[in-house]
Design a protein around this ligand. Structure first.
Ligand SMILES: Cc1cc2nc3c(=O)[nH]c(=O)nc-3n(C[C@H](O)[C@H](O)[C@H](O)COP(=O)(O)OP(=O)(O)OC[C@H]3O[C@@H](n4cnc5c(N)ncnc54)[C@H](O)[C@@H]3O)c2cc1C
Length: 457
């Protein structure tokens, strides 16, 4: 395949400039396509404006506050810390703006044409965009739907952005809520539980199943659940919130079994809805499933073969990293380069709580459910000198391998910086590394990474 000069190749029109759209745009442009990126809000998408970046900025502030609160244990005499909500909101805006500038520079340096406005498909090869200056239309050889998703709001929750919130309202509050009731205990719900508890709120978490993080290894969920209880988070287990009433001082949340909890604010973390309706997709022949996600094949092609879909709008794995990787692969596939389908079983993912939880590949609970024989080895961070000297002994490293071939199949890390450490295990899984290779790898001493080699033994 010869590389084309920038802009000489086929036209690629991308609707939605989040991680999926931006990575498709930069890859397609680098391979010579003429790229038009349509975005009705900010380049970087919901991931930068509402999701990954602001939530992890808040988590970083929460971690700093936790560190100061625990400073005495490290021999540091520090006063009591308090979070200034206005400064935190300002920091979120600044970080977002800096990242946005970087993204814009990257796209413009690659001659990607950025069109501000709402895009709709008006046929299988044409997109129309409502811009401030009027309607513009673009023909394409290849199209990409990367419009993302927005928070799901059940009909019993009168979201007003002041007392009853979605995650999108969490970053710009005037005050840290005195008592936050969080409904939903998946990744987003537990991350906000950790954040607001550290920032100083009283937190009640409504958990619809019998454990938080319902789809995760119970051993992992138990570590976090115990940590929440130790910190004074109130867990309402096995309860479905079904009504909300605004009161003089806040909100009253009712569950279908009659349990009631009152707080100053309520935050919903109950999933998201794809942004795929009303933008001409079905009229252009693009099939959606009943939940509204674009139906795609292993190469992210929709029912209209030259219109692809990526990211949250196709509902495969709602992660920024996955969206970006899908975008890259789509650009290569559309332009005729060899591409392998994305392997969703090897995606590293993290929960940014304290301790952090990160995993990749096979979990031993999944192996057990499938009746698959695996070798599971586990070491606690309490046995790692670096963890102990940092005062972060909580959690463990678990490595799953194939007993016959000794190849690493997966791993779970619960503990300080688990989201960074999991990268070593992710590489091992991706490259079919054996546990013997891991054991022979000389890590720095003392370091948290030593627990990975120890766990492989
Ligand atoms: C609170 C929270 C925290 C998260 N944290 C993480 C994390 O730490 N790590 C991680 O990997 N994932 C995280 N996620 C998930 C991650 O944010 C999403 O998976 C990711 O944003 C999906 O990227 P996307 O490109 O599909 O969509 P988005 O990032 O949502 O971007 C879509 C873009 O399309 C635009 N758009 C929509 N319709 C149109 C239209 N008709 N015309 C023009 N533009 C349009 C939107 O304005 C938006 O900018 C988090 C999610 C939430 C809710």
């Amino acid at each position: 395949m010869t590389f084309l000069a920038s802009g000489e190749g086929p036209t690629f029109v991308i609707v939605g400039g989040g991680p999926a759209g931006v990575s498709a745009a930069t890859t397609a442009a680098s391979l010579g396509a003429r790229v038009v990126l349509v975005e009705d809000s900010v380049v970087g998408g919901g991931a930068h404006l509402w999701d990954c970046i602001p939530s992890k900025t808040m988590a970083a502030t929460a971690a700093t506050k936790d560190l100061i609160d625990k400073a005495a244990r490290m021999g540091v005499v520090a006063g009591s810390a308090r979070v200034d909500q206005n400064q935190l909101a300002e920091r979120i805006r600044t970080i977002w703006s800096d990242i946005n500038i970087g993204f814009m520079e990257l796209l413009l340096s690659q001659d990607v044409q950025i069109i501000r406005g709402r895009g709709s498909f008006i046929g299988p090869n044409r997109v129309s965009v409502e811009t401030q200056e009027g309607t513009r239309e673009f023909d394409f050889d290849f199209g990409l739907v990367s419009t993302g998703s927005f928070p799901r709001v059940p009909d019993w929750a009168p979201v007003d952005g002041e007392r009853v919130l979605t995650t999108r309202h969490a970053y710009d509050l005037d005050v840290v809520p005195s008592h936050l009731v969080i409904v939903g205990s998946g990744v987003t719900g537990v991350e906000f539980t950790h954040i607001f508890k550290s920032l100083g709120s009283e937190v009640t978490l409504v958990v619809s199943r019998q454990q938080i993080l319902p789809h995760r290894d119970p051993e992992v969920a138990a570590v976090l659940q115990n940590d929440f209880l130790e910190k004074g988070v109130k867990l309402v287990i096995g309860a479905y919130a079904s009504a909300t009433h605004l009161t003089d001082n806040g909100v009253l949340v009712e569950c279908d079994d009659g349990r009631r909890m009152e707080g100053s604010h309520m935050l919903l973390a109950v999933g998201s809805i794809p942004l795929t309706r009303g933008i001409g997709l079905e009229e252009a022949g693009v099939r959606l499933n009943r939940a509204g996600f674009v139906q795609v094949d292993a190469y992210q092609r929709s029912s209209v073969r030259h219109i692809y879909a990526a990211g949250d709008c196709c509902g495969k794995m709602p992660l920024s990293s996955v969206a970006a990787q899908q975008g890259r692969k789509i650009a290569r596939h559309a332009l005729g380069y060899p591409v392998s389908p994305l392997d969703y079983s090897n995606v590293a993912a993290a929960v940014f709580t304290s301790p952090e939880i990160a995993s990749v590949g096979l979990e031993d609970v999944t192996a057990a459910a499938e009746g698959r024989k695996v070798r599971t080895t586990k070491v606690p961070f309490a046995a790692n000198p670096r963890s102990v000297l940092q005062g972060r002994e909580e959690g463990f490293v678990k490595v799953i391998s194939d007993p016959a071939t000794r190849v690493v199949l997966g791993g779970t890390i619960v503990g300080h910086r688990a989201s960074d450490l999991i990268g070593i295990v992710a590489l091992a899984v991706q490259a079919d590394v054996t546990i013997d290779n891991l054991v022979e790898t000389l890590m720095v001493h003392p370091s948290l990474s030593e627990s990975i080699t120890d766990a492989a033994e």
